[in-house]
Ligand binder design. Structure first.
Ligand code: ZN
Ligand code: ZN
Length: 343
């Protein structure tokens, strides 16, 4: 019989927790998006999102070389409190497009402008960037990690990510699903499981958490890939803690651009994709209760090892972690974060 050594949802009170729908990767006319910041904010608000990070490319501060000003929202005539939303300060680090050879990283909760060491003069130096993000107490995620440009750098080698995971505590997330509404959509779940398998073989305490985000550039790309954060309150502190501890759920909904898939009565969060309503971690099993799903697959070391609401912990073939995928209609799915297993 195995036991759960780390349950990312251990502190969640399922009967009272708030559910906050979040997209943490979006572009506007401040870089290569076609909608203004106000239009992007309005499109997410209309779909019942509670949390949004605008992450334009390399917009280090309001007067960066791009002339872009993505922060604060009030500069664009949008007040997060009036909208009932949480605005998260964000950026996507992509390097100089002329010679770009770094994987894209989305990063939140900081201002990277530095008077003595202009960030944009060193934006091809990934090691320096990641060290600086550590210094700035950022929380970051690998964006669309299996897109071709990224593969040029790391070749899909899980060891490349494992090495950086050990060195940089700001790297907490990995965009498993990215831009499902885009022509360049990526599903990086195979690489994600390969990295998790390696990390758990090495006995890490905090693994890489699964992320999903629209990476939206146009109106038709909004609403597909998002998080549901389980927070006691709508605050930057609670969001940061959730991203660090992995106490959130991940959704991919191929019909997500349709407004009617996203209903939110402001009392409770509702979407047509599957939902998790309760997770019970016991000595002998993990049990998931949810809504709007057909089946739950349990994945260990990249393989589906069981299909049921309840995973018995004496099941053969369990490695260092197990994670659940709830399958709903039209290909919609909700993922839990990995549960870390002890001997
Ligand atoms: Zn990107
Ligand atoms: Zn992007």
């Amino acid at each position: 019989m195995r036991h759960v050594e780390r349950d990312p949802y251990a502190d969640v009170d399922w009967s009272s927790t708030g559910r906050f729908k979040a997209n943490l990767h979006a572009h506007t006319t401040c870089s290569d998006g076609s909608l203004s910041p106000a239009e992007v904010i309005d499109a997410y608000a209309a779909r019942g999102y509670d949390v949004l990070a605008i992450t334009d490319h390399d917009t280090y501060r309001n007067d960066s070389r791009t002339g872009a000003a993505t922060w604060p929202w009030t500069d664009h005539g949008r007040d997060p409190d009036t909208l009932g939303m949480l605005a998260v300060r964000g950026i996507e680090l992509t390097g100089d497009p002329a010679v770009a050879n770094i994987p894209h990283v989305t990063s939140w909760f900081h201002d990277l402008w530095q008077p003595d060491h202009p960030f944009d003069e060193r934006n091809e130096d990934l090691a320096w960037m990641l060290a600086t993000l550590d210094e700035r107490a950022a929380v970051s995620a690998w964006a669309h990690p299996t897109r071709s440009g990224e593969l040029r750098t790391h070749g899909g080698d899980p060891g490349w990510f494992v090495e950086r995971h050990h060195a940089h505590r700001n790297l907490r997330g990995f965009e498993v699903y990215s831009g499902t509404g885009r022509p360049s959509a990526t599903d990086s779940s195979a690489l994600y499981d390969a990295i998790l398998t390696r990390l758990l073989q090495e006995g890490v305490e905090v693994p890489l958490w699964a992320n999903a985000a629209d990476d939206s550039h146009h109106a038709a790309e909004i609403g597909f890939d998002y998080h549901v954060h389980l927070l006691a309150e709508r605050s930057t502190t609670a969001m940061r803690q959730s991203l660090e501890q992995g106490s959130y759920l991940v959704v991919q909904d191929p019909l997500g651009n349709a407004l009617e898939r996203h209903l939110d009565d402001r009392e409770g969060f509702w979407t047509a994709a599957p939902a998790v309503t309760h997770i019970e971690v016991g000595d002998r099993s993990i049990t998931i209760e949810g809504e709007r799903y057909d089946r739950i697959d349990w994945i260990a070391d990249g393989e589906v090892v069981h299909t049921a609401d309840r995973l018995p912990l004496d099941l053969g073939g369990l490695g260092g972690y197990v994670r659940a995928v709830l399958h709903g209609d039209a290909g919609a799915r909700m993922l839990t974060q990995p549960f870390l297993l002890g001997p």
